[in-house]
Design a protein. Structure first.
Length: 251
């Protein structure tokens, strides 16, 4: 692998952040959504927060990508398209569709933004500069399996986001039990789909940056999925008993 030095250092920082995140989340529930509470400083509307914190994942990725020597290579462009499929949805479509009313701390927005700058930089630089993929990579089993996992995860995740969004009538802010789709098996299929997606990205790019992002996503979302599951079970006596937190029949 070329580019060890500043690049390897940044990837190492991302792995380090995954460790810090999972340890912190064992003690503290990230203070947004159902765990939003006082004591975390000023807040902004969740819709604004999501656009502000996720848009660097589009803008920084594209800017770094355009600086790479392989920016016009076929594989780099395919990987760029995959990244944008997710992040245009997450940064612009998801916030516009979400029910207004929720708020989140500016601190959460700032931390997520900083992470997105780092993550977009290391992933874009790998794809457009270091990776140097031949066109034949598109028929490699690692790319094919990764792309299938990525798009299957995206489909599960976007569909689950839609189910959650439809639980509330306009103006409502409470919580209901979600049913249908992958909610039959788990409490947070939006997180299962997202984790699958970034595992797919790690495979499809076969890169340390992709692996760092998959590990970070799991470090962030596995504890939150476990918290959501316990929260549902505590709050709803009729919560489906056979539903698991994140992985059907297992976790
Ligand atoms: P949640 O599942 O906590 O909430 C998603 C949305 O659905 C929120 O608007 C929430 O409202 C609403 N909602 C959730 N459950 C219910 C319910 N039972 N009844 C009514 N409304 C409900 O997801 P997050 O906000 O944590 O994450 C959103 C997306 O971002 C997810 O798809 C996740 O995968 C992704 N994400 C990715 C991360 C990564 O590291 N890659 C990190 C964090 C998130 P409210 O906000 O009012 O609770």
């Amino acid at each position: 692998m070329g580019g060890i030095g500043w690049y390897g250092g940044l990837v190492a920082v991302e792995f380090g952040l995954a460790v810090v995140t999972v340890v912190a989340l064992l003690w503290i529930k990230a203070p947004y959504g159902r765990y939003q509470r006082v004591g975390w400083g000023p807040t902004v509307s969740a819709r604004v927060g999501w656009v502000v914190m996720e848009s660097p994942a589009v803008l920084v990725f594209v800017a770094v990508f355009l600086a790479g020597a392989h920016r016009t290579d076929l594989v780099a462009l395919v990987l760029l398209a995959m990244w944008l499929c997710h992040y245009v949805y997450r940064a612009f479509v998801y916030p516009l569709l979400m029910r207004p009313g929720s708020r989140m701390p500016v601190l959460v927005v700032a931390l997520a933004m900083a992470f997105n700058v780092l993550n977009a930089t290391v992933n874009a630089w790998w794809v457009a500069e270091i990776g140097g993929y031949a066109d034949s990579w598109l028929t490699d089993p690692r790319f094919l399996a990764g792309a299938v996992l990525f798009f299957a995860g995206l489909a599960v995740h976007a569909r689950s986001d839609r189910t959650l969004r439809r639980l509330r009538a306009p103006g409502e802010t409470g919580y209901r039990i979600p049913y249908g789709g992958a909610f039959r098996w788990v409490s947070s299929p939006n997180y299962s789909g997202e984790i699958a997606q970034w595992c797919g990205w790690a495979l499809a790019t076969w890169s340390p940056a992709g692996l760092a992002f998959a590990v970070y996503t799991a470090a962030n979302l596995v504890p939150r999925a476990i918290d959501h599951h316990a929260w549902y079970r505590e709050r709803f006596p009729d919560y489906p008993a056979d539903r698991r937190a994140l992985v059907p029949h297992l976790l």
